[in-house]
Design a binder for this molecule. Sequence first.
Ligand code: EPU
Length: 428
Amino acid sequence: MEKFVIHGGKPLKGEVTISGAKNAAVALVAATILCDEPCVLENVPEISDITICMKILQTMGADIQLLNKNVVRFDTRGIINPHVPYEMARSMRASSYFLGTLLGRFHDAYVAMPGGCDLGDRPIDQHLKAFRSLGAVDELKNGEVHCYADQLIGSQIYFDFNTVGGTINAILASVKAKGRTIIENAAKEPHIVDLANFLNSMGADIRGAGTDVIKIKGVDYLKGITYPIIPDQIEAGTYMVAAAATKGDVLVKNVIPKHLESITAKLRKIGVTVEENDESVRVSVDGALTKTSIKTMPHPGFPTDMQPQFSTLLTLAEGTSIVTDDIFDNRFRYVAELRRMGADISVDGKVAVIEGVGKLNGAPVVATDLRAGAAMVIAGLAAEGITEVSDIHYIERGYECIEKKLQMLGADIKRVTVTEVGSVQMSG
Ligand code: EPU
């Protein structure tokens, strides 16, 4: 078991380079199944969710080669069995994308009900609704979803509410369907646009990604290409908040500032200085931080994946902040951990009331999920004293080399292997 040990209270200073976007990468790696030739993805983040996606492909018969750091060649032509190994599928939410890609290629897919971070109930009814609109049948047997069709026929898909995963799966299943598909009430996240750009570069005909109506004309063949994955807006936002929480001065490089607009706007509201350049943002703090209100919304609104990090920052701001997050049932589980560090937060359902306390004190805490884990690291960096963050495997799902990037910014953070009770070993 590993944990992070952080000696807090040091302002982060310097430059950090953002990796490829996790939530784009999981979709694009799964989408390689639809490609009729080998293809190459650049800017592939080295994170455990991607390792699992690649293992799934390899286990099914794909040939995957690491050409360079973060550059991977995928040849999925060897896949003949449309069956994702059960335990692998269970371990991550994005395994549901294999339903869309396998259905798109084989008209047949077996994938265990997806798992991932425990943010409450995470059904896939909208994904299945999209597949059914295209003519597929689904059944649940022994914990696995089996979707199949003689032929997928383009159709109108209307989502009952905003769903990122549902929109991605609808695109994946319909890109090679016969005829025209119209997805209405589609999600607009940058990774949906990235997926459409990737597929269009291969020869797909997808229009309107990034708006709430996406139109797709099915094609028969997708050719091999080389494609760079977009930078991770949430990783960027996390370093921006870490810079602010430690009253540091950090240049966050390899970002698309447009994707960070809602994050930048809230940081400025709190009193943080954010300078935007073409492909970087510089974050610094001069004076005191002040309260604000946040309500998470689908893109281009404020992302739920930044809520725990911002709530942590707001514990350090003057005044009472209100944070509402109703995208998932259970996104305030980290609050109990933050309270161990002296935070004054009360939660009533989907609303947190945060009384600024000015400073946090180091404590042993647990990462309860990926973004909660990032929030604990930020809290530890800003706190006085020592913070130990355990269950860091959640953090590794989505942050490439987080402790190394933070060390480069001057943070005192170490990965420690706990070999037995009371005995720890430094692992750099
Ligand atoms: N929902 C349903 N039925 C469905 C699909 C979704 O009820 O068929 C509900 C969900 O339970 C949730 C809401 O609709 O309450 C929104 O879910 P959505 O489908 O938009 O989210 P997702 O695809 O499961 C992705 C990201 C999440 C991110 C959300 C919202 C990936 C792999 N995951 O999840 O990322 O929070 O969109 O932006 O892309 C993270 O990176 O930490 C993370 C959790």
